[in-house]
Ligand binder design. Structure first.
Ligand code: MN
Length: 131
């Protein structure tokens, strides 16, 4: 895959659609999984540069999946950004404890979404802004 490939693990179709639209604005190649097990498999197969991890997933939740990925010798270098629900207070802290580098609160604020993920990637669109 490219240098800025992002794996999105999200079971909610509308959230996935929104993220897909935003990532296409940033020209980021995107991989999609709708549950943790499939996401972990994809991470092994494609070794993405960043993972966006929904915390609330059917079956294995995003916290457990983050612990698995962040302690896997082949995957632990991949930063993980948690997608946490505004209603679930405390998820941000749990996400960081599980191994997430940052979090984005849902509903997703489209204005700062690309800025947050850009911190973890080389975004060609932003190269002009750099000193
Ligand atoms: Mn979910």
């Amino acid at each position: 895959m490219g240098n800025n490939t992002i794996l999105v693990i999200e079971d909610n179709e509308l959230n996935m659609k929104l993220v897909r639209g935003l990532l296409s604005l940033g020209n980021y190649p995107m991989l999609e999984a709708t549950d943790a097990e499939a996401g972990i498999q994809m991470a092994h197969k494609h070794h993405p540069n960043l993972i966006l991890m929904d915390i609330q997933l059917p079956g294995m939740d995003g916290l457990e999946a983050t612990k698995i990925i962040s302690t896997d010798v082949d995957l632990k270098d991949i930063p993980i950004i948690a997608l946490t629900s505004y209603a679930m207070q405390g998820d941000e802290e749990k996400a960081k404890l599980a191994g997430c580098s940052d979090y984005i609160t849902k509903p997703i604020d489209t204005r700062n979404f690309l800025e947050i993920i850009g911190k973890f990637l080389k975004n060609d669109l932003k190269s002009d802004d750099r000193p």
